[in-house]
Design a protein. Structure first.
Length: 460
């Protein structure tokens, strides 16, 4: 279907906590994407010739400029995404840290010398060219930077399409990049609709790779479109992560940590531990401990330092979450504000069948289910009873069991006696329908390079 049938002229950014209009932003068209690719291609060819130390220095300067604007970026994120102020400050700081970390890799982007007969064989890592990044609305700043920072460090240009609901921090970061001295056209932001600007970016022959974070359904569509050009993709998609609590665990610690493992960012997190699997012998005791922990979560004004959970991103998302949680379902429920804003209370459902929609589908809201299991084998069976495999947690005092379960659970990122999933020092990505490829960590830059092999004959 022609792009023109879908196009909007502008995007309306609403404050999720108040439903007030924050900003109106022009929406990019396919023609805008074409023009951006031309500018990016020219900028990238110059950028790739910049000496590694100088490229690293410019990226560190970008990090310093972001650091000087952390509070401004955080407040902008609160207004457009409804994140709590503490989370938004962390997100802006994470962009700074990602740029610093990527800058450190520029001078360490090494090829190899491979022993071969009759000569010398070396590999050279070269930039791909122009990289398209399609970022989500749940963590607009850090996830955009997951791809942007290493792609720039590896010598590429980046075209970033932020989500329709959260373009403001991305646009501001592009301004800060220019202030820091990045070449004009090297890092451009293209706000727009997914079916228009996003599709144009994916299908453009001048874009060498697409990095997408979002729903599995959309990711499959991007993968199919990219296949026509054999275009590289990195996909970070959905999740339905388990939180496995064995009977020998520190139950008090596990119950205290459980709420924010699925309520952080109002549950709008692919890594959210929304399936709490508890060994049957301690199931009732765990629920006793979990109930007050959930009910005491403070939901409210994202600008209030005491707030632990803010609103959902939009009315569409609110109605989606409501559709999964009829009032008749048993469970634990917290409190949420009434009136304007896209509010939903912290919710833990109990007594559900293993295959209930809430137990197997990604709700993407502040909703978890608690399911009992019998033994270690049953826990692993339940944990793997999903097409996703992004993250998960294992609570036990038995190090042998922790290692066995870590090997058996099919997920890309696991934590033992913790719910920490994402560190910029370590690789991140999923199994199954949670995506393809890995982001972050020491190998992040290589995901944005081609490996060229060169053989030099030494024979006379």
């Amino acid at each position: 279907m022609p792009h023109e049938l879908h196009e909007l002229h502008e995007l309306h950014v609403l404050n999720p906590a108040t439903e007030e209009l924050v900003a109106t932003v022009p929406a990019a068209t396919p023609a805008d994407v074409d023009a951006a690719v031309v500018r990016a291609t020219a900028a990238q060819q110059s950028w790739a010739t910049v000496a590694p130390a100088d490229r690293a220095r410019i990226l560190r300067r970008f990090a310093a400029v972001v650091d000087a604007h952390v509070e401004e970026l955080a407040l902008l994120e609160v207004r457009e995404a409804g994140h709590t102020l503490g989370n938004a400050r962390w997100e802006a700081g994470n962009v700074r840290d990602l740029l610093d970390y990527a800058a450190g890799g520029v001078e360490r982007l090494n090829g190899r010398q491979i022993p071969v007969p009759g000569g010398l064989d070396i590999t050279i890592l070269e930039p791909l060219g122009v990289v398209g990044v399609i970022a989500p609305w749940n963590f607009p700043m850090p996830i955009a930077a997951w791809a942007t920072a290493p792609a720039l460090a590896a010598g590429n240009a980046v075209l970033l399409k932020p989500a329709e609901t959260t373009p403001l921090t991305a646009l501001r970061l592009a301004e800060l990049a220019l202030e820091a001295g990045l070449p004009e056209g090297l890092f451009q932001v293209l706000p727009g609709e997914g079916p228009v600007a996003g599709t144009a970016l994916v299908e453009h022959p001048g874009v060498a790779k697409i990095v997408f974070t979002g729903s599995t359904r959309t990711g499959k569509g991007i993968m199919a479109r990219a296949a026509d050009q054999v275009k590289r993709v990195t996909l970070e998609l959905g999740g339905k992560s388990p939180n496995i609590v064995f009977a020998d665990a520190d139950l008090e610690a596990a119950a205290a940590a459980a709420p924010m493992s699925f309520l952080d960012n109002s549950g709008q997190d692919c890594c959210a531990r929304t399936r709490i699997l508890v060994q049957r012998s301690v199931y009732e005791r765990f629920l006793e401990l979990l109930t007050p922990a959930v009910q005491e979560i403070v939901v409210g004004d994202p600008l209030d330092e005491r707030t632990q959970m803010g609103p959902l991103i939009s009315r569409v998302q609110l109605e989606r979450v409501r559709s999964y949680v009829p009032d008749t379902l048993p469970g634990i429920r917290g409190k949420a504000p009434e009136g304007p804003g896209f509010w939903f209370p912290p919710t833990v459902l109990t007594g559900l069948a293993e295959d209930a929609p809430c137990a197997v589908e990604e709700v993407f809201g502040p909703v978890a289910v608690v399911l009992p299991f019998e033994d270690e084998a049953d826990a692993i069976r339940l944990a793997n009873a999903t097409p996703y495999g992004l993250s998960g947690s294992i609570w036990t005092r038995d190090i042998g069991r922790a290692l066995r379960a870590s090997r058996a659970v099919r997920a890309g990122n696991l934590s033992v006696n913790s719910h920490s999933s994402v560190r910029y020092w370590t690789p991140f990505g999923g199994y199954g329908q949670s995506g393809l490829g890995r982001e972050l960590g020491p190998d992040a830059l290589t995901a944005f390079t081609e490996t060229k092999n060169v053989f030099i004959s030494t024979e006379a």
